[in-house]
Design a protein around this ligand. Sequence first.
Ligand SMILES: *[C@@H]1O[C@H](CO)[C@@H](O)[C@H](O)[C@H]1NC(C)=O
Ligand SMILES: *[C@@H]1O[C@H](CO)[C@@H](O)[C@H](O)[C@H]1NC(C)=O
Length: 259
Amino acid sequence: MDSVPEKWSWKHSFLYLSFIYAILYLFHIHIAHKLLLGNEPVRVKRSPDLPLRFRHDGTFKILQVADMHYGNGLMTRCRDVLETEFEHCTDLNTTRFLERMIRAERPDFIAFTGDNIFGPSSADAAESLFGAFRPAIESGLPWAAVLGNHDQESTMTREELMSFISLMDYSVSQTYPSAEDSFFHAKGSMVTNIDGFGNYNIEVHGAQSSHLANSSILNLFFLDSGDRAVVQGIRTYGWIKESQLKWLEGVARRFQVTR
Ligand SMILES: *[C@@H]1O[C@H](CO)[C@@H](O)[C@H](O)[C@H]1NC(C)=O
Ligand SMILES: *[C@@H]1O[C@H](CO)[C@@H](O)[C@H](O)[C@H]1NC(C)=O
């Protein structure tokens, strides 16, 4: 009489264990790896082909973009538009305008020259930077940026902003000039004893397989023109300092043609 229920309980135990095993297996396959910290694939910055080069037709087209004053994307309304336009105008209009410019002009390089984001209306500087530079990043074109006085009025210092910008995809921005550009510094190091963040030199070489293919024939100097400043009690803007000029002159001398 007892043997039948025993058989049943054995079957139940087996089913029960199988069920537990199946759950654990599914957990292992589909979820466990998501819970492990530090197991995400390492995301390496995407870099453009370097050095930058002239085209074979001898042109090099630069799209310069200044004063986007990007805030919080969809949440930040446009300024200086007609009252009738205000309701339907946000940072995303800036994004769409930049996308159209890139599509229409197909530049070789995009230079963002300050006030890329507008600190006072930006809740998170990193988010605003992604918003501001998204069209450049998505185009895959090489781009670089320097800061204006408004960029750092949010959650990042000027140094943090430049470091962040230099790590974004397809950016060739630098926080400090590389030492290859300076006589006094060891190769591979950075020049950190000049004023500002975002002083650097970008070389543009001759067209591929031309006789100038390995020479820099255009140097783009980016300089940090500073933040605000108070001079003799008067509130004003920063300027390019002597240390930056010295650096620029030193680099330029290296590129002068010797006869
Ligand atoms: C902003 O973009 C929207 C959507 O494309 C458009 O309707 C509106 O006219 C644009 N505003 C301005 C001022 O260009
Ligand atoms: C440039 O450098 C490449 C690789 O080192 C070489 O093959 C090529 O001949 C050089 N071109 C010129 C014009 O010097």
